[in-house]
Ligand binder design. Structure first.
Ligand code: SAM
Length: 309
C-alpha cells in the first residue's frame, strides 16, 4: 500500500538521471507518448487559461503543458522534484511551483483552475489521497473546469480475503482504488466522471484508469462512459512502428521553437499596432488642424461653384 511517506521515500531516492523519460520506452520516446497517446485524449481541454498539474516529477509532461496555457501551476510531494522542475523551466515565466504534503491544494485559489492534469503519478496513491485532492478540486476548478487523472484500478483484482492481487503488483499500483471508487469519490466531492478508460499497462490486467471529471452543474456534464481497453499497449506499439516509418532521426516536434516563434510574431504584431496608433494620431491631428479645415472649406466652395463634381 503506497502511503504518502512511502511515495516521498521512493521518489526522493529515485535515480532521476533520465528525468522520467525512461518510463516512455514502450512508446519509443516521450514525444510519441505525449502526441500519440496523451494529447488525443485531452485535446478538447487545451489550450486553457490556467492548468494545474499534480505530481509532475521532473517535468516529463510539464514540458508540453506549459505551452498550452497562460498559467501553469505544478504541485508535487517530493521537494527535489519541485526543485528540478524549477531549474528545468527557469526560463518559463508562466509556471508556479509548489511542494505540498501529498494532499493539500491550499496554495490554489478557489475557482481558478480550467484544467487539472496528472499522468503516471496518482496510480501510486491510495483512495484517501484521491479523496483529499478531489474534495478540494471541486472548489478549485472553475464551474466549467475539467480534469484528467491517470489513477489505479488494481483494486478490481484484489482478493477481499487476502487483500492481495493474484499477480505480483510490480508497477506499485494503489490497491485501494478501482474506477468505480474514483467515480464514487467524485460524486461525493460534487464532481462527475464523464468518461473512464480502463487500460492495461505492460501486462494484460486493466490495472490503470484514465478518468475525466467536471464539477456537477458544469456544461460538460453527461452520463459516464466506461470503456475497457485491453489494446492500450498495442497503441504504444503502433506509435513505435509509425515513428520507424515516418520519424526523422534526431527530429523532435519542438514546442519551445513553436513558442518562441509565437512570441516573435506577437512582438511584431505589437510593433505594428503601435505604428498604426502613431499613424492614426497623425491623421487625427491633420484632420483637426486649421490647414485641413481650410482645405475642406475650399473643397466645398469649389463643389458649390460646380468647379468639381
Ligand atoms: C512516477 S513519478 C511520475 C512523475 C511524472 N508524472 C512523470 O510521469 O514523469 C511520481 C511522482 O508523483 C509524485 N507524488 C507521489 N505521491 C504524490 C502525492 N500524494 N501528491 C503529489 N505528488 C505525489 C512523486 O513525488 C513523483 O514526482
Amino acid at each position: 500500500m503506497p502511503t504518502i511517506e512511502e511515495n516521498l521515500g521512493m521518489w526522493s531516492h529515485y535515480d532521476w538521471s533520465q528525468s522520467g523519460d525512461e518510463w516512455s520506452q514502450c512508446w519509443g520516446e516521450t514525444t510519441e507518448l505525449w502526441w500519440g497517446t496523451i494529447f488525443p485524449r485531452i485535446k478538447d481541454f487545451v489550450p486553457a487559461p490556467t492548468i494545474l498539474e499534480i505530481a509532475p516529477g521532473y517535468g516529463r509532461f510539464t514540458d508540453y503543458l506549459r505551452f498550452l496555457c497562460n498559467q501553469l501551476i505544478v504541485v508535487d510531494l517530493t521537494p527535489s522534484c519541485i526543485e528540478a522542475c524549477r531549474q528545468r523551466f527557469s526560463e518559463s515565466r508562466n509556471i508556479q511551483f509548489f511542494n505540498n504534503d501529498g494532499k493539500s491544494l491550499e496554495m490554489i485559489e478557489d475557482q481558478s483552475i480550467d484544467f487539472v492534469f496528472s499522468f503516471d503519478s496518482l496510480v501510486h496513491v491510495e483512495s484517501d489521497v484521491l479523496e483529499a485532492y478531489l474534495q478540494q478540486l471541486s472548489h478549485k476548478l472553475k464551474p466549467n473546469g475539467i480534469g484528467f487523472f491517470h489513477h489505479s484500478n488494481i483494486g478490481e483484482y484484489v482478493n477481499p480475503e487476502t487483500g492481495e492481487t493474484e499477480f505480483l503488483n510490480v508497477h506499485w499500483r494503489a490497491k485501494t482504488v478501482t474506477s468505480q471508487d474514483f467515480f464514487d469519490i467524485c460524486k461525493n466531492a460534487g464532481l462527475q466522471c464523464i468518461s473512464q478508460e480502463l487500460v492495461n499497462w505492460s501486462w494484460e490486467h486493466l490495472s490503470d484508469c484514465f478518468s475525466v471529471f467536471t464539477p456537477q452543474g458544469s456544461k460538460w456534464i453527461r452520463p459516464n462512459t466506461v470503456v475497457r481497453n485491453d489494446q492500450f499497449m498495442q497503441e504504444a506499439a503502433r506509435l513505435v512502428n509509425l515513428n520507424k516509418l515516418y520519424g526523422l532521426p534526431g527530429h523532435k516536434l519542438n514546442p519551445e521553437k513553436l513558442f518562441r516563434r509565437e512570441q516573435r510574431l506577437r512582438r511584431e504584431l505589437q510593433k505594428s499596432r503601435e505604428e498604426l496608433d502613431v499613424l492614426r494620431n497623425r491623421i487625427t491631428a491633420m484632420e483637426t488642424s486649421k490647414f485641413w479645415k481650410l482645405r475642406k472649406m475650399w473643397f466645398y466652395f469649389k463643389q458649390s461653384l460646380k468647379l468639381i463634381k
